[in-house]
Design a protein around this ligand. Structure first.
Ligand code: TMP
Length: 213
């Protein structure tokens, strides 16, 4: 790529249920806006018309008993569309992309939660993404019981939220082991403390990236 073209930064936000993704996403948006950074905010599964339709299928109860392989491939179908229509175009315009979940969620939920073969996920990742990987991933981490307690206060649970604690323990473990394997990209944020302290950790991590801008 021509190095005069400044590529935007690709930031993803991850975590299990009830770790406070929504409020912290708002905090990160404010942080980027204050720095005058041009960015888009998007999510997975979703982010395009087709992707949002797949999200409804994946999270709703209509196809509750879908096969695990179907679930995995629908996640990547949504992702392929998202990358082609939204993520790559934004990054090549020089915009930053702030994405609520990405492929680490597939490793955690389909690989960990559903116990699908990680090498299948790797294969799909290479096929669908080529070399595209997030530049920075913020992993909001809290014990499963803390997340369960917080998530329980919200509306009716979706197809994933209906899973048992053992599923979310596996999700959390995969997230944490990925963070251990890639400490340069995945930053673990302790999300079990109060919001102000969570946001202080996020601000500290983001500081390094924002200043370089
Ligand atoms: P949320 O982003 O609103 O929390 O909901 C999305 C749900 O989809 C969440 O339970 C995690 C799940 N998910 C996967 O299982 N695999 C994936 O690859 C992605 C992006 C999300």
């Amino acid at each position: 790529m021509n190095d005069k073209i400044k590529k935007g930064l690709f930031i993803t936000l991850e975590g299990s249920e009830g770790v406070g993704k929504t409020s912290n996403l708002e905090f990160i948006k404010n942080l980027l806006s204050k720095q005058g950074i041009e960015f888009i905010v998007t999510r997975e599964p979703g982010g395009t018309l087709l992707g949002e339709a797949l999200r409804d299928i994946l999270l709703g109860d209509q196809f509750k008993g879908m096969a695990d392989d179907t679930e995995l491939m629908l996640m990547f179908a949504a992702r392929a569309e998202h990358i082609a229509q939204v993520i790559r175009p934004a990054l090549s315009r020089g915009q930053w992309v702030l994405c609520d979940r990405f492929t680490d969620a597939t490793y955690a939920y389909q690989g960990g939660g559903r116990q699908l073969d990680m090498s299948r996920i790797e294969g799909l990742e290479h096929w669908v993404q080529g070399e595209l990987r997030p530049d920075l991933t913020l992993l909001l981490d809290a014990p499963v019981e803390v997340g369960r307690e917080r998530a329980g206060k919200r509306s009716a649970p979706d197809r994933f939220e209906q899973e048992r604690d053992a599923f979310f323990e596996r999700v959390r473990n995969v997230y944490l082991s990925r963070a251990k394997a890639e400490p340069g990209r995945i930053k673990v944020i302790d999300a079990s403390c109060d919001l102000a302290r969570v946001q202080a950790q996020i601000a500290e991590v983001m500081g390094g990236y924002v200043e370089d801008n």
